[in-house]
Each structure stands twice: as structure tokens, then as C-alpha cells.
Design a protein around this ligand. Sequence first.
Ligand code: OGA
Ligand code: MN
Length: 248
Amino acid sequence: MFRGQQDLTPAAQIAFSARFGELLPPQLQRFALPGFPAIGVVSNAKDERGEAIGIANSGRNWHTDVQFDRTPPDATFLVSRELPGDGGDTLYASMTMAYAALDTGLRNRIDGLRVIHSRVRSWPILFPDRPPLPQSEIDRYPDVSHPLVRTHPVTGRQALYMGGNMAMGIEGMDDGEALALIRALRDFATGEAFTHAHRWRHGDAVLWDNRSMMHRATPYDDARYRRVMHRTSFGPAAPVHKGAPPTP
Ligand code: OGA
Ligand code: MN
């Protein structure tokens, strides 16, 4: 977390982000910052013609970014530009800590499982207020599966990667059982013991590791306040699972 970044230009945000890996442009290009296709705007604000300048209500549920892609970004960098007077915090949950706190029976049960993520099937459930996904996006994001226990490529530590709300099942498991397991893990892993609330201050910029954390935006009074955030994501890579020998 970096404070005092109010003078960080969009070009500098891009240059900084590109040091970590290949930039991943926002999924919805119509919400890119004009002139900067690599920067996504997360905002409730409208321009002078009344058009939304960014994605509103983004990330209101626990998730990691772009989990529905075969190669999600390693990290995301969010730079605050305008903040509401109240609310609009971002919560973070450590999936490494949560995994470490599971009992060994549960760890053995979930080792090697793969979660199925579907942007297409979850879209109308998650975003009933948004227009349907364009065909180009439907074609671009077929369902994918990722390991439920994800091994961090740098630290070697295991983390839960159960997906936000786009998880639709687990390979080889009955859907009812799979969804119950995913929900139980998510509720456990986003409990207060593993979470941190970032209260944004003017000029704050936050960089997070999608390989080991979930995050979530909290609401604010969007009739009263504007919130404008500039987002870059980078380092697309397929999540990996290195099985640990089962613990007796
Ligand atoms: C995101 C996101 C949370 C927020 O940009 O990926 O989830 O508080 N943002 O805006
Ligand atoms: Mn997010």
C-alpha cells in the first residue's frame, strides 16, 4: 500500500505495473480510461453526456480478479482518484492464512480438486442489472477449471482458490455437494481472523497478489458521492497445484 500517489499519472501507473509482468487490459474496453486501454476505470461516476465512465458496483462480493480466465493476473494495482466521504473500503482476505488454519482432514479432502468457474453462467445471476454478455465475451470465456488449493509459485505456500461467486462446481463431484463445500470454505476463509479492511485515503494506491488473497469492495452512498479508481492487472499465468503428501 502506497500513500501520497495523487500525482501518479496514468502513464506512470502503466510503467510501474509493466515492471511486474505483461499487462492485462480490462475485460470491458468501453470502461478503459480514454487514451489508456490498459487502465480500467472502476467508478459510479458519469460523464457530461450521462454515460458511465467506469464499472460501477464492481467486486461487491468476495472474489479474486479474472478467475474465469485460463490465465488470471498475478496481481492488481488500484489507484484511488476520487473517494467517497464515507464507505467504499476494500476488504482483503488471506487465503494462505485460511488454508493453514484448515484441519488436516479437510486439507486432505480438498487436495487436488479443481473448481469450475463460469463467467457466462454466473453473469445473469450476479449482475441481473447489467446488459447480457456480448457474444464476443461468451466466445472468449468458456468455462475453466482451476485448482482449489493453489501453490504460490514464489513462496511455495498453499492457498485456497475457491473462487468468488463464479464458481459453479467441482470436477467429478455432485454440484450440490461441490457448491456446499465451496460456500463453507469461502465463509471460513473470509472470516474476521483472516481479513483486513483498507480505508482509502486521498492518494492511496494498493497492489495485491491474486495468488494468495481474495478481496471485496464495500458499498457507499453512490447517489451522494463519486468514487473513481484506476486499475491495472498484470502477469497472466495459469494457477498451479503442487500436491503435498497427505498428512496422516
Ligand atoms: C477490482 C476490485 C474493489 C474496489 O478493481 O478488482 O475488486 O474496492 N475493486 O474498488
Ligand atoms: Mn477485484
